[in-house]
Design a protein around this ligand. Structure first.
Ligand SMILES: [Zn+2]
Ligand SMILES: [Zn+2]
Ligand SMILES: [Zn+2]
Length: 268
């Protein structure tokens, strides 16, 4: 279904006034629905019949504002997420009486058992709370930890189905390409891989003589530069305004999510 089709389907549920004005697909496969104002967003949240038209198992995702907390002692954080969340909230009660942590996790890239300190990702549900943490820090283990806006759009993402960058396989609308020879099968079923003849290697992205994930692939190098630029230009605070943010531009993931008129949902 095209983005345009989705808009039409959503708006047929609201014949009197337009509730959705734009759709953005995230690398994760989730959607962001742009509404003209906060009130329209509320109508879409309260009346979710339109979700059924987009897929069998749609759901509205809660607004989340992730914050990156620097150098947290790994032993200090309970492995039980609920306990850990409550512990951090009570440690911060004086500074932030209304701090509500929705989720917390170690970054996926961290092999947590081997580390003494790691950064931690905390998600709160309002941009104001996230900004307070970014400006004043988080109390943890009797120390004030430095916090930063967490920008998830600045990670290199490669699809293991079609080998392209910028989305995951769950969100893939492309065809299967072999990482070894670029033909239409998975690498597991590749008839050429066994022979390990370098001549058989072909990159699904640039057609060069290397595997699709090769570090020297010009397409990968370009994509790495693109995500590094998003990281370098990420906003330092979340936007708290409710204006009509432009959609389908190069603006980063988190600043897109932070506007009061946007609704994030998953479809399936
Ligand atoms: Zn793909
Ligand atoms: Zn192959
Ligand atoms: Zn290549």
């Amino acid at each position: 279904m095209s983005n345009q089709d989705m808009l039409v389907r959503i708006n047929t549920h609201f014949p009197l006034s337009t509730k959705a004005v734009g759709i953005k697909r995230l690398p994760s496969g989730d959607l962001i629905v742009q509404t003209p104002h906060k009130e329209a967003k509320k109508v879409l949240q309260d009346n979710q019949k339109w979700l059924v038209d987009l897929g069998k198992s749609g759901a509205i995702l809660r607004d989340r504002f992730p914050v990156f907390v620097h150098s947290v002692r790994v032993d200090n954080i309970d492995q039980d997420e609920d306990k850990a969340r409550q512990h951090i909230q009570s440690e911060n009660r004086t500074l932030y009486p209304d701090l509500r942590i929705v989720r917390m996790a170690w970054p996926k890239s961290t092999a947590i058992k081997q580390k003494k300190y790691s950064s931690l990702i905390l998600e709160v549900d309002t941009p104001e709370q996230a900004n307070k943490l970014i400006q004043n820090g988080l109390c943890e283990g009797g120390e004030i930890k430095r916090c930063e806006l967490f920008e998830s759009g600045c990670k290199l993402t490669q699809c293991y189905k079609c080998q392209r960058y910028g989305h995951v396989a769950r969100a893939c609308r492309g065809v299967v390409r072999c990482t070894y020879c670029a033909k239409g099968h998975t690498v597991k079923d590749c008839p050429l891989k066994e022979a390990q003849d370098i001549k058989d290697k072909k990159c699904a992205n640039c057609k060069g003589q290397h595997e699709a994930w090769a570090r020297n692939c010009p397409v990968r190098i370009q994509e790495t530069e693109r995500v590094n630029e998003i990281y370098a230009n990420r906003p330092s605070l979340y936007e708290t305004g409710q204006g009509l943010a432009p959609i389908l531009t190069n603006q980063s993931y988190s600043s897109t999510l932070s506007s009061g008129s946007l609704l994030k949902c998953s479809i399936g």
